[in-house]
Design a protein around this ligand. Structure first.
Ligand code: 13P
Length: 250
């Protein structure tokens, strides 16, 4: 049985004091959550302070991005080993904001995924279609392409250590959540792709998170879908009560 993961993507929000206080709030309530793993992903600059605030709590720490190279002349970038050095265990890769605003390609996401696994980080690889792609009935095609491109060259063992997040771009930050049926359809497709590309055992093991306007009020119905193994939460992860409310809905 896959244990649900509730992950907070703080994006480019908080300042130092707010990041520490948010982490403390989540850590404080985490003891009451027994049916899900919790993860917070603050901005790079606050990782170390948030790590301290989470110390001795069951809440895991993750980053929102990294660079694929281990070190060197890559001004402004952050490597996987720098993330593990400050206590991160997870890294979000290929988020739609990085794909669509920063211009990341499946190839770049793929290099980062391999480098993250190499460094012992758990990659959370994001896929998701744009509204026009859904309206043109291209969702399945887009997801299959991002899946294949982002996970190319991973061994079955490596895929087994990876988390996948389905985030329909039209549902991110819009308040327009996917229906449980829409989410389940894509999640079931992703699990079928895992079974076909690797094997049934791996497909059963990999956690597939849903992201896009998840709130305490809609989380239970989404996460009760057979192939939805948790949530990647944006806006609602910025308030401890909302974030913990989503986890409590599992
Ligand atoms: P919202 O929960 O704000 O829609 O953001 C979702 C998201 O992008 C999480 O990575």
């Amino acid at each position: 049985m896959r244990r649900p993961l509730i992950a907070g993507n703080w994006k480019m929000n908080t300042d130092h004091a707010a990041a520490v206080s948010l982490a403390e709030g989540v850590a404080k309530g985490a003891g009451d959550i027994d049916k899900a793993d919790l993860l917070v992903c603050p901005p790079f600059i606050y990782l170390e302070s948030v790590a301290k605030a989470l110390d001795s709590s069951p809440v895991a720490l993750g980053a929102q991005n990294m660079y694929a190279q281990p070190n060197g002349a890559f001004t402004g970038e952050t490597s996987a080993s720098m993330l593990t050095d400050v206590g991160a265990e997870y890294v979000i890769l290929g988020h739609s904001e990085r794909r669509n605003i920063i211009g990341e390609t499946d190839g770049m996401v793929n290099e980062k995924t391999l480098a993250a696994l190499e460094a012992g980080l758990v990659p959370i690889v994001c896929v998701g279609e744009l509204l026009e792609q859904r309206e043109a009935s291209k969702t399945g095609e887009v997801i299959a392409q991002q899946f294949a491109g982002s996970l190319a060259g991973l061994s079955a063992d490596q895929v087994g250590k990876t988390v996948i997040a389905y985030e329909p771009v039209w549902a991110i930050g819009t308040g327009k959540v996917a229906t449980p049926e829409q989410a389940e359809e894509v999640h079931a497709d992703l699990r079928r792709l895992l079974a076909e590309s690797y094997n049934g055992e791996i497909a059963e093991k990999v956690r597939i998170l849903y992201g896009g306007s998840v709130k305490p009020g809609n989380a239970a119905e989404l996460i009760s879908q057979p192939n939805v193994d948790g949530a990647l939460v944006g806006g609602a992860s910025l308030k401890p009560d909302d974030f913990l409310g989503i986890a409590a809905a599992v």
